[in-house]
Design a protein around this ligand. Structure first.
Ligand code: ATP
Length: 481
């Protein structure tokens, strides 16, 4: 039997210390506590499995030599029942010969007695990270094997049916309990800020999501904005001011455009990430920060690193997890659902009926590269609606969009494990009539309005096409079939 992994990792990182020596347990517990690591102790190994089954602990420290149930016996039980939990063996120097055996058996690491407090803390901290990575890997493997999203509501404001985007959602879900920094990259307008919001939502952190665009701030303004200042720190600092880090307490600090940080600001950010500590300007009182740090940039970091304009150590720090959002031209199946979504949103706002798209306009939108990505798409939809009061948006309403040639395969490609591209064209499962109208309009667009060619493409006679076109026109103007 293997105990299944609890769905979520424990909120707090808690160690279970198992040793028959009460003094050793007290000393180890004190050492961990001084680094804000909580622990429970057990002097008798016979209760260990029962307690671990509650799922509270993420790391175990286990004495090798104990009366009753020995460390060796317990280790094999723990590895069999809780294979995802790192076990650190506590052993005397004279028993070092056993270490090879227990590491081979699956123990994570060992610490020798008498206790070296710094060593204990450092091995336990590493084990927490290992535990987190194992947990993320297990979840990811499950997802990639086809499990659906467990919490689609985290991503409800992101319109997509693209496989790479869905994989990013799954990574966010799998790492939702992590407090490590995340770097989000991608071209301008791809939705990096929306992804940051989703990460914050998924984290369940109670504090706020505080966003700062660091590109517009020089070194002093950045320090002032992030860390705050003490009254009198500089001319004009007439009041104490709390920094945004403090506002993000218990929450998330999202630093946008970090590729543009000056060298001095990079050093400040590195220090904050390494030590989770900072001083307000003009103050020598040290403040602690527990805000999760997310960063984003549309820069290409390999170039910045090669040019030496971005510190390598900072890059490694901010990119514990690196999510790259693909541009819209690499996920064309998202274009029409996004157009429809924003048509509906803007029309609701303008209190007008939602127009349809002509086949030509639809084809041109599908073929356009959108260098400004979703932001540009929203602008184009909004401008088209401003120019056209008709109940059908024509190609001419989308300025500068050239009718392109159809990309082979785009419309029929399978996306995701259960979704077809049909969902990329129709918001809901379409009726036969809707599919027919779509195909007729596509054929007319493809043939540049030549009815003979369109009829041939559709495999019907010209008079039949004529009838269907008349029916579509009739519907458009509210006539009965
Ligand atoms: N998949 C999506 N679904 C719905 N709206 C989206 C999607 N992606 C982006 N948007 C919208 O597009 C606009 C731009 O998105 P966002 O600000 O998140 O992009 P960004 O990558 O952070 O851009 P920049 O690098 O310029 O800051 C926003 O209005 C956002 O709501």
């Amino acid at each position: 039997m293997t105990m299944t992994e609890p769905d979520q990792q424990p909120d707090s990182q808690c160690v279970l210390l198992i040793d028959d020596d009460a003094d050793f347990l007290a000393e180890a517990q004190r050492a961990l506590k001084s680094h804000a690591i909580s622990s429970d102790t057990l002097q008798d190994g016979s209760q260990a499995v029962h307690i671990l089954a509650r799922g509270k602990h993420s790391v175990i420290c286990l004495d090798w030599v104990m009366p009753g149930v020995t460390g060796a016996e317990l280790l094999s039980d723990i590895i069999r029942l809780f294979p995802y939990l790192p076990v650190i063996i506590l052993t005397g120097v004279s028993d070092l010969g056993n270490v090879v055996t227990c590491i081979k058996q699956g123990a994570y690491d060992y610490i020798t007695k008498p206790l070296d407090a710094a060593k204990l803390v450092s091995v336990v901290q590493k084990a927490f990270v290992a535990r987190e990575l194992t947990s993320q890997n297990r979840k990811l493997t499950g997802y990639l094997q086809g499990q659906p999203l467990a919490n689609p509501e985290f991503f409800s404001d992101i319109i997509t049916c693209n496989e790479r985007m869905l994989a990013i959602f799954k990574i966010i879900e799998a790492s939702r309990t992590s407090r490590q920094p995340v770097l989000i990259t991608g071209e301008t307008g791809v939705g990096k800020e929306l992804i940051a919001k989703a990460i914050h939502r998924a984290s369940g952190l109670k504090g706020a999501l505080v966003t700062v665009n660091v590109a517009s701030l020089d070194d002093t303004m950045l320090s002032d904005t992030l860390f705050g200042h003490k009254k009198g720190a500089y001319t004009g600092a007439t009041e104490n001011r709390m920094g945004l880090i403090e506002q993000a307490k218990g929450g998330t600090l999202f630093l946008d455009e970090i590729g543009d940080l000056s060298p001095a600001s990079q050093v400040r950010l590195l220090r904050l990430l390494q030590q989770n500590e900072y001083y307000r300007l003009g103050s020598d009182v040290l403040h602690k920060s527990d805000a999760r740090i997310l960063t984003a940039s549309n820069a290409q970091f390999d170039r910045l690193l090669a040019a030496g304009s971005f510190r390598q150590d900072l890059y490694y720090r901010v990119s514990s997890l690196h999510l790259h959002i693909p541009p819209l031209r690499e996920r064309r199946e998202d274009i029409l659902p996004l157009v429809r979504h924003y048509l509906e949103q803007i029309c609701t706002h303008m209190n007008r009926p939602v127009p349809r798209l002509s086949g030509e306009a639809r084809q041109a939108l599908l073929n356009y590269d959108f260098p400004g990505n979703v932001r540009e798409l929203i602008n184009r939809v909004s401008i088209a609606l401003t120019y056209s009061r008709n109940d059908i948006l024509m190609l001419e309403d989308f300025h500068d969009l050239k009718p392109g040639t159809k990309r082979p395969g785009t419309l029929l490609r399978r996306v995701g494990s259960q979704q077809f591209i049909l969902h990329g064209v129709f918001p809901e499962f379409p009726t036969l009539d809707e599919v027919e109208q779509f195909l007729v309009e596509e054929a007319m667009a493809e043939s540049n309005g030549h009815r003979g060619i369109a009829a041939e493409l559709l495999g019907i006679s010209r008079p039949t096409l004529q009838k269907r076109l008349a029916r579509i026109e009739g519907k458009r103007y509210g006539e009965e079939d």
